[in-house]
Design a protein around this ligand. Structure first.
Ligand SMILES: C[S@@+](CC[C@H](N)C(=O)[O-])C[C@H]1O[C@@H](n2cnc3c(N)ncnc32)[C@H](O)[C@@H]1O
Length: 208
């Protein structure tokens, strides 16, 4: 009996390259937490890699609807019992998602802060501050500037390329992001160096 063709899997080489160093941090940072919301899951590659390696967590994906089929295709090809199909979360339009599996006490987002408009980065932190419980964590991966400076020539070139493509996008200043987070009750717990001049920022929700 011929099998129906499998949908093509969207592919990101960056996800393949950064997933292991990110996982190493999440194994410690998300220890003791139980339910993570991934914001902007993209292809879904991160979710299928992280979920089986962080089996104490329920890994809930989310993104704009246009990416759901690709994420679901990855989930079908690499199933894991703690992996959840994507919810629609458009930072422009949607509120904090609810599921039947209880509140989220963690969130993860990779390579989104320099893609979406700054107003949506602000919205993301407002949602996180409003909904994560005290002790909840947020891990944000991507390139950042420090002291108003690029950390590499490749980040400078990337930023110029981003801004030419969409003037609302671009690398964010670490200090501005940290201050935004603080204003929403999220304190920086750690700033991890990652390969290719990226960072993994871990924030913890302070007591309310
Ligand atoms: C560069 S991709 C990163 C995807 C994935 N996290 C990764 O690391 O490969 C940026 C992601 O942001 C998502 N995104 C763009 N606009 C968004 C919005 N308004 N709300 C939520 N996510 C958005 C895109 O759909 C895409 O998945």
């Amino acid at each position: 009996m011929p099998q129906p063709p499998r949908p093509a899997l969207p592919f990101s080489q960056a996800c393949e390259n950064n997933r292991a160093p990110i996982l190493e941090v999440l194994q410690t940072a998300f220890a003791g937490l139980r339910h993570v919301l991934e914001i902007g899951s993209g292809t879904g590659q991160h979710s299928v890699y992280f979920a089986p390696r962080l089996p104490h967590l329920i890994w809930q994906t989310s993104d704009l609807t246009e990416n759901h089929a690709g994420i679901a295709a990855w989930h079908a090809s690499r199933p894991a019992p703690n992996l959840r199909l994507p919810l629609r979360l458009d930072l422009q339009a949607d509120g904090w998602p609810q599921t039947r599996e209880g509140a989220f006490d963690a969130a993860f987002s990779s390579n989104t802060a320099h893609i979406v408009a700054w107003s949506l980065v602000q919205r993301m932190f407002a949602l996180l501050g409003a909904h994560l419980p005290a002790g909840g964590k947020f891990a944000l991966y991507g390139p950042f500037n420090y002291g108003g400076n690029y950390t590499s020539d490749s980040n400078r070139a990337f930023d110029l390329w981003l801004r030419e493509r969409d003037a609302r996008s671009g690398l964010r200043d670490f200090e501005t992001v940290q201050s935004l987070a603080r204003n929403h009750g999220l304190a920086l717990e750690a700033d991890h160096a990652m390969p290719a001049n990226n960072r993994l920022l871990v924030f913890v929700r302070q007591g309310v």
